[in-house]
Design a protein around this ligand. Structure first.
Ligand SMILES: Cc1cc2nc3c(=O)[nH]c(=O)nc-3n(C[C@H](O)[C@H](O)[C@H](O)COP(=O)(O)OP(=O)(O)OC[C@H]3O[C@@H](n4cnc5c(N)ncnc54)[C@H](O)[C@@H]3O)c2cc1C
Length: 434
């Protein structure tokens, strides 16, 4: 009888899943102590907090993305392209949907993949709360493809405005959701509009951009301290953004949002960036205990509450802390959960006791493009946070991405990537123009 190594299947190669696959590849895959398989519905990874920069063309996902198959070959795990749609926990098998090409032709039929241990790291999507018209008329920024679709619409509108000699004509963009995505996207849009003059679109300037940022709650950045929200709001207003707080959208039409007070906010481009939920198909799997946002409830070791061989990390995981609050859906949470599950899988294979997950909030940062960065950091000795702004905040914000790069590439390659980014900034256009 052959002694097969245990098979660990990670579904979702995002902020949490890709870091976990890399680390398990090095610690187990390399010595064939376990067979590590990463499954993602995309061929390449882009760190999700960068999606608003993909949407504005500030970065090019084709150049900055990590191609899973190449990464897997270097880091001792396997990669399979596929979209997870069903789970049979009794037979320890997951189902991947039929794989189709862009024209809808079948590449592969539905497939089944077996596992000994499963890690679900499939992230989250925006929650439109079934608001009428939103699915048909709004852009979302949940994936690379959606961000690229937005970028193409943006370029088309820049081109249209550049040809329009009437200076009164403006490009109007309405964004629902005053969280980090909406706030960062608003600032980034002013930044790229300001750069167009360098590339021959000199009649489409930031002065012809009008953004409405719509937030249902009493203030933008509701999850962050008030001081950060006030500072971000001041900066947005200075740029020209109309910040509409306490404004609830009840419907989206082809070119406008309609609010609860029946006010009409017209826009050429409409974005839905409010609310977070785990993908709806999780409900259909039927075995998990879920929150109302479809997040899977877990125990203190990040094992699903119904099956100890299934771990859950990142945005799709509902971890309740001692004070009753949920761990927020952030990149730092996904990173910390990946580290804990790495430890727990290693311990499981050695029959050692598991580690309890504790979330450390290191603070929050909001990047308003080149205009400002604001945020709070948690003190090491006290649980109080302190406010930071400007260059230090910007440095800390960039460090978050570097930490993710280090976790998936190692220090030497992260340094090489940093150098090559500096060089490419000189030889490449500063924004994606196609
Ligand atoms: C524009 C924007 C800005 C943000 N800024 C910040 C920030 O500044 N700081 C911060 O901490 N957080 C930020 N966030 C939140 C942060 O990106 C997420 O919390 C984090 O990415 C969650 O990591 P994850 O691994 O759970 O999911 P993700 O990183 O979203 O990865 C999920 C992966 O699962 C794959 N997947 C999904 N469904 C399936 C399926 N059915 N089958 C196979 N694969 C699947 C996806 O393709 C993806 O690769 C931001 C989010 C957005 C959208």
């Amino acid at each position: 009888m052959t002694n097969q190594p245990p098979k660990i299947v990670i579904v979702g190669g995002g902020a949490g899943g890709l870091e976990l696959a890399t680390q398990l590849g090095h610690k187990l895959g390399k010595k064939r102590q376990a067979d590590i398989l990463l499954i993602d519905k995309n061929r390449s990874h882009i760190w999700k907090p960068l999606l608003h920069e993909v949407a504005t063309g500030s970065i090019d996902a084709d150049l900055d993305g990590v191609v899973y198959s190449a990464h897997a070959a270097k880091h001792h795990y396997n990669f399979q392209l596929g979209s997870f749609c069903h789970l049979d926990s009794t037979n320890k098998t997951i189902t991947l949907s039929e794989l189709k090409d862009e024209l809808g032709h079948r590449i592969l039929p539905q497939r089944h993949v077996s596992y000994d241990y499963l890690v679900l790291a499939i992230g989250s999507v925006s929650n439109d709360f079934n608001t009428p018209g939103v699915k048909d008329h709004c852009f979302y920024l949940d994936s690379n493809q959606q961000a690229e679709r937005f970028q193409h619409a943006l370029l088309d509108n820049f081109t249209r405005l550049h040809q329009d000699d009437d200076p009164q004509q403006a490009l109007t963009i309405a964004i629902v959701g005053g969280g980090a995505t909406g706030v960062e996207l608003s600032a980034e849009l002013y930044h790229v509009s300001d750069m167009l003059k360098m590339y021959g679109l000199d009649k489409m300037t930031a002065k012809r951009l009008h953004i409405d940022l719509i937030e249902a709650g009493p203030r933008i950045l509701p999850a962050l301290p008030e001081r950060i929200a006030n500072s971000a709001k001041r900066e947005l207003v200075k740029l020209g953004v109309t910040v509409r707080e306490s404004t609830q959208v009840k419907e989206a039409t082809e070119n406008s949002f309609i609010t609860n007070n029946d006010a009409i906010i017209k826009a050429d481009i409409m974005v839905w960036a409010a609310g977070v939920k785990a993908p709806d198909f999780i409900k259909d799997i039927g075995i998990f205990e879920l929150t109302r946002n479809n997040q899977i409830k877990v125990n203190q070791y990040l094992q699903s509450s119904v099956d100890e061989t299934i771990f859950v990390i990142g945005d799709c995981c509902a971890f309740t802390q001692d004070d009753g609050s949920q761990v927020p859906p952030r990149a730092q949470s996904a990173h910390q959960m990946a580290q804990c599950v790495e430890k727990n899988l290693l311990a499981t294979l050695k029959n050692n006791p598991l580690s309890v997950f504790t979330y450390s909030d290191h603070g929050s940062l909001v990047n308003l493009s080149r205009y400002s960065t604001v945020g709070s950091l948690m003190g090491n000795l006290t649980s109080n946070s302190f406010f930071i702004e400007g260059k230090i905040a910007r440095f800390m914000y960039i460090s978050l991405y570097r930490m993710h790069q280090r976790a998936i590439h190692g220090s030497a390659k992260t340094f090489a990537l940093w150098i090559s980014e500096k060089v490419l900034r000189v030889v490449r256009p500063k924004m994606k123009l196609h």
